[in-house]
Design a protein around this ligand. Structure first.
Ligand SMILES: O=C(O)CCC(=O)C(=O)O
Length: 273
């Protein structure tokens, strides 16, 4: 039987070749409202994993939290019951996906701090190509403040060092790897894409694509982002010697998950279509 998909073959193939696609109006307003309520709860009662990525001289902040879905009921409801898992499966062109974790990035009005260009998969406690993250602003965001992607970079053959993400942290991942390219300093040399986005729009990207930005806010603009990470067919548990962030290795070991296995358990639920 042919699997039904919410996406066209062209969209699936664009995700495969570009490493990122924009899905306009993909999540309906009631779900966005639910997440916005959850985010308020999350900011008031953050998990032990929360951080202030950056605080500037004016006291403007970039707040981060992750895997809060286990304690924020609105997040859990969205992940378990909204069409988001089906979107992930359709983007990855598969009939089953595992939910990995959620992450929020909240910038107060006027925050300039831009997330440095980086890749996600080198930080993760899993390894594989078939991944997608769904970056959803809960408020309108201008192109100049939205997350940026270097189109096609998820297929580049090099392994790069990943450095200096956030405030005062050195992420010495892969010291034997190639230095991370200076994309910010040579923007003209790269095919960088981003979009004006409204609540309900999703930027869906492969965890190997180089991405960053998402800052540079006008004085009266805040940015609230809810992001979910999804794992497809070839992704397996992998405990790296350094730099895992968020580091799920202890949690995974406690759940009996071993390197080389596909993740599962109630902590990383599987959705089948
Ligand atoms: O929104 C941001 O500033 C960073 C998002 C990001 O890098 C990610 O979700 O992997």
């Amino acid at each position: 039987m042919t699997r039904s998909s919410t996406l066209s073959p062209e969209q699936v193939s664009k995700f495969d070749s570009d490493g990122v696609i924009l899905l306009r109006n993909s999540v309906s307003a009631p779900w966005i409202d639910l997440l916005a309520r959850g985010l308020e709860r999350n900011i008031t009662t953050p998990t032990p994993r929360h951080r202030i990525w950056n605080r500037d001289a004016q006291g403007r902040t970039c707040f981060y939290d992750s895997q809060a879905w286990q304690v924020i009921p609105e997040y859990r409801q969205f992940i378990e019951n909204s069409p988001i898992a089906k979107t992930a499966a359709d983007v990855l062109d598969t009939n089953q996906v595992n939910f990995f974790f959620d992450a929020v990035f909240v910038r107060t009005p006027g925050m300039q701090f831009r997330t440095p260009f980086h890749q996600d998969e080198p930080y993760w406690s899993v390894k594989g190509f078939d991944t997608c993250s769904i970056w959803m602003p809960l408020v309108a965001v201008e192109k100049k403040s939205a997350l940026e992607f270097v189109r096609g970079s998820h297929r580049w053959p090099q392994q790069f060092q990943q450095v200096d993400f956030g405030d005062g942290r050195k992420d010495a991942i892969g010291e034997t790897y190639e230095p991370f390219p200076d994309i910010e300093g040579n923007r003209d040399h790269y095919d960088i894409v981003s979009w004006d986005m409204e609540p309900g729009d999703c930027a869906v990207f492969n965890a190997r694509i180089i991405h960053g930005g998402s800052g540079n806010l006008a004085g009266d603009r805040e940015l609230k982002v809810f992001n979910t990470q999804w794992l497809g067919d070839d992704v397996r548990v992998c405990f790296r010697p350094e730099g895992m962030d968020p580091d799920h290795s202890g949690l995974m070991q406690g759940l009996g998950l071993k390197p080389g296995q596909r993740i599962g358990t109630d902590t990383y639920p599987r959705f089948e279509f």
